[in-house]
Write a protein that binds this ligand. Sequence first.
Ligand SMILES: C[S@@+](CC[C@H](N)C(=O)[O-])C[C@H]1O[C@@H](n2cnc3c(N)ncnc32)[C@H](O)[C@@H]1O
Length: 200
Amino acid sequence: MAFTFFMRDLPVIEHAVNHTVQFSSGRMRTKVWDAGSALGQETYTVAIAFAEKMGRFALNNLRIDATDYDEANKFGDKVKNGVYHYDELKRMPEEFFKKYIEPTDIPGCYRVIDKLRNLVSFQYHDLRSFKPIGNDYSLILCKNVLLHFSQDERVKVIKMFHEALAPGGYFVTEHTQKLPAELDRLFEQVVPDAQLFRKL
Ligand SMILES: C[S@@+](CC[C@H](N)C(=O)[O-])C[C@H]1O[C@@H](n2cnc3c(N)ncnc32)[C@H](O)[C@@H]1O
């Protein structure tokens, strides 16, 4: 089972969202791809960060595509339903919990509110296909996934992300993941203290 949790790397996600909102102003829509989303904990963290930045009622032009290759564990159903046990949600700041999480009939379980779930669409996708799920993305997140890939695979996956991004769009990965040197001319690092890159 994938190791992940709500609010993981929130400051980096907020940073990426701030840049993306600025980049997307004036665009018809903002497309986000959360690649290797696991059970949606990261995806809904991203959705919350956008809602906080843009306001819940300005989210109409936002679409978040979550992908993972784990069909055996029915990740798609879990992400779509957005139901999680309290143990998974308890590290969420109380103000976010109050605004974005609601009770369910299932003992100990809560659901992400419709407003956020409606932004998210999940599909099964294997990053090793090296084929993007779409194009014109303003932001692609791929965190804590590529560490298990070979260097050659990593280069191919990040080139695929480059292809899928709109010009000037953003790519974010985890702190310990450095951009392979051969991709230097495809991206510029936005800030020295986060692995947030802008497509050149
Ligand atoms: C450690 S979790 C990271 C989840 C989340 N991105 C985070 O940072 O918390 C890694 C996820 O990558 C997914 N993954 C691994 N290889 C993949 C591949 N080839 N294609 C798509 N997803 C993959 C796993 O199924 C798992 O859900």
